[in-house]
Every structure is written in C-alpha cells, then in structure tokens.
Write a protein that binds this ligand. Structure first.
Ligand code: PLP
Length: 430
C-alpha cells in the first residue's frame, strides 16, 4: 500500500495529538477524509513521505516556502543562528537590519514590530487601530481569513448592515458584535456598512489580494474606494499581507497595486520558513504601542535571531533579478496546461492566477468573492486533489487554497504536473 506508514502514523497521532493534526487545514476533512500524508523530508520543490513516495509540492507550507524547501542560503543562515544562540531576550543587530529591509520594501511601514505569527500580527494591528481611533468595531470582508484571534473568527450577518455572528465556538457574541462583514469587491455594501456604523469603526481589515478563498484580485478602484470611504469615516485601513507580501513582487500587494494602508500585517514568507509575524505602519499610529504608547503588545520569542536571520536570508534570495518573472512564467505554463486539459475533456474549470499563485475552481463561471468560491464544486475538487496525490502531486487539501509555485520548480516539474492533470481529467467521474 503506497500510504501505509502515513495511515499508521495518523492512527497513532489521533491518540495523542488532537484530531491527529496541529492545524485543522492539514486534515483531509475538506476532501472526503482519510489519513493525511506524513512528510519526512523536503528539498527544493519536492517532498518525500514516510512511505518513500516523492512528490512535487504546491502547498509550499501554505505560502511561506517561496524559495523552495531547504534553500541553501536560508539553511546556512539558520545554522549560523543556531551556533550563535537562538533566543536572547535582548535587542539584536539582526532585528535592525531586517526592519530596515522590510521598510525599504514596504515604505508605509514606517515603524515595525516583530511578532511570532500572522495571527499575532493582525490581532495587534486591530488593537492599535482601536487605541488610535478610540473606537471598537472593525469591518472585514467575507471569507477572508486573518488568523484565529477571537475578533476575526466572525462570519457575516445577514446583510451589510448587520453585525457578525461567532464563526467558532468560544468566541463570545459580544465580540462578534464588534465585527461587520461585507462581500469583497462590493463597494456598495461596504459603503452601506460605513453609513450605518462608520462613526464606530476603528479599522477596515483587508486582504488586498485575497488568498483565502483562492486567489482573488480586487476590481479596479475597489481598494482606492475602500481607502477613501474609510478615511472619510475616520477609520484606519489595515492590510493583511500575511500571504501577499513578497508573493507577487519584492514588496507588498500594496506596492503592486499602488494603494497604501495605514497599518500592515506580515507573516509567512518573511520568516523564510521559521515562525514569524510583523506589523507596522504610519509612525504616528504605531506610537500607540508600548513602550511609547498605551496599547500593550509583547513577546518572549518576538524578534528571535533564528527567525529574523532566516527572514533576512529569504529576502536576500528574493532580491535576485527575474525571480517574479520566472514565477509568472511557470504559473502561466501551469495555467495553460490545466485549461487545455480541461477544455479537451469538457471539465468546467476556472483558474484565478497571479504570478506564481493560482487556484483551480470547478463548476463556476467566475470567482470574484467568497460566495462564488463557496459555490464551486467541492466533490470535484476532492476528486482532483486525491487523483493528483495518487500521482504524487501535493496540493493543499481544500478548494479555498492556492497552488503556490516556488523558485525551485522547473519547467519539467510543470510538465509532469500537467500530465497528471490530464490523467486525472481523463478519468473524470462526474
Ligand atoms: N492572515 C492571512 C491572510 C492568512 O492567510 C493567515 C494564515 O493562513 C493568517 C493571517 C494567520 O497567520 P498564522 O497562521 O501565521 O497565524
């Protein structure tokens, strides 16, 4: 059996690790269940599992691994950090270096703080926005994931002018009531929400290019309008660039799109694979944070030399000329191959792609917001996922995730992947 060891380990894991996984997105629940594959080694664009199978990887650890796994420059930086001690609890020169690199890449981050995860980064931007404005409510866009802090685990109410409901047990309704959720790319709903609640809104939380119901780009002028209306209402605009920063260019989606937020949250890629988050923004706003201001945020592990040196090394790799053009070229090749295979077998496929990130949706005509993504066919995606896995192509086990290319992928990897897609489509059971 090709996945025997994984199945055994999954059985054992469930006896000690809650649900057998340390993050629910790693389970195969959304693709019809079964034992998730236990990986043993990762190098470049490849994974090897505990049963000895080799895979081409498009998960990229849900985004961070843009350089490919175990990139030698990053590995060297982590090794050097380990030699020098991984945690000091004091400032280090590396934090200065990295903060300067980030600010040069994303100039709206005039002052920066390092934290340990995207969740922490977003959570703190909300606190800062609340401290700065003296208001409590936030507006977010439906289907956008901003980590697992209470305030952002809230789903839409029944219309743009209703308040949210908790999306998770354990989130008090009183907290959900502070969140207003509106559809992405729908400026009228956003405007209505602001007309209703604007004077109470501290911040608008935005994934400027959505990564969490697949890759969805903003309509022309959508983000400009969000900024304009938010600022007119006295609210701050917070960009959650945990996925998008350094994914599409050296810098944030804000650089790519030419729209500046007041606050930005980062994570994933900027750690080069080690745990990290960062937030920052306009100096005057950031000065709300302790030790300068009254908003508290702290962290024993924050700015640890291992994560910081890994992050510096990752950005150094990404500074190489032509990196993002190459990701675009490989992404376009994969998109073309999948679309061609789909056309030949009459499979209803829509692909949303930007550079080296793409999402394959089934049985929809377009995906511009969460509702569109939600209506895409889950059974078809589950079949596709499993058919690809059988052919040793590792995708994220959810129709809402993207395939992420890395600079380690080769044209040969893409050709092999397209062949696997053709095979999966040729046996399409629907
Ligand atoms: N924000 C976005 C846009 C994300 O995609 C994620 C994680 O997937 C987070 C925040 C949370 O980051 P983390 O998992 O590092 O806490």
């Amino acid at each position: 059996m090709p996945f025997q060891q994984s199945e055994q380990l999954y059985q054992e894991a469930q006896e000690v690790i809650l649900g057998g996984v340390n993050s629910p997105s790693r389970s195969y629940k959304a693709v019809g269940g079964g034992a998730p594959v236990f990986m043993k080694k990762a190098k470049g664009a490849y994974f090897w599992d505990v049963d000895g199978n080799q895979y081409i990887d498009y998960l990229a650890a849900y985004g961070p691994i843009i350089t490919g796994h175990a990139h030698p420059h990053i590995t060297k930086a982590i090794q050097a950090a380990a030699e020098d001690g991984v945690l000091y609890g004091t400032p280090t020169i590396h934090e200065n270096t990295f903060a300067v690199m980030l600010r040069e890449a994303i100039p709206s981050m005039e002052r920066i703080r390092f934290v340990n995860s995207g969740t922490e980064a977003v959570m703190t931007t909300i606190r800062v926005a609340r401290a700065y404005t003296g208001r409590n409510k936030i507006i977010k866009f439906a289907g956008c994931y901003h980590g697992h802090s209470d305030l952002v685990l809230v789903a839409a109410g029944s219309g743009p002018s209703t308040l949210g409901n908790p999306d998770s047990a354990g989130v008090p309704e009183s907290i959900a009531k502070e969140v207003i959720t509106v559809p992405f790319n729908d400026i009228d709903s956003f405007q209505q929400a602001l007309e209703h609640w604007g004077h109470q809104v501290a911040g608008i939380l935005v994934e400027p290019i959505v990564g969490n119901f697949g890759i969805v780009q903003p309509e022309p002028q959508f983000l400009e309008k969000v900024n304009e209306l938010a600022h007119a209402a006295g609210a701050l605009v917070i960009y959650d660039e945990v996925i998008t920063a350094f994914r599409f260019m050296y810098g944030g989606a804000q650089n790519l799109l030419g729209v500046e937020p007041d606050l930005t949250a980062l994570g994933k890629i900027i750690g080069g694979g080690l745990p990290i988050g960062a937030y920052g923004g306009k100096r005057q706003i950031m000065e709300q944070v302790a030790p300068l201001g009254p908003a508290y945020q702290a962290g024993t592990m924050a700015g640890n030399p291992a994560s910081i040196r890994s992050g510096i090394a990752c950005l150094e790799v990404l500074q190489e000329k032509g990196i993002y053009d190459r990701l675009d070229m490989l992404g376009a090749m994969l998109e073309r191959g999948i679309m061609k295979a789909a056309d030949e077998d009459n499979i209803p496929v829509v692909i949303n792609r930007l550079k080296g990130a793409l999402t394959v949706y089934f049985d929809v005509t377009e995906v511009k917001n969460y509702k569109d993504a939600e209506s895409s066919n889950s059974e078809m995606f589950a079949y596709f996922f499993k058919a690809m896995l059988k052919q040793k192509i590792n995708l994220a086990p959810s129709k809402y995730e993207a395939l992420f290319l890395t600079i380690a992928h080769t044209e040969e990897d893409i050709r092999k992947t397209i062949s696997a897609v053709e095979h999966a489509f040729s046996e399409w059971p629907f």
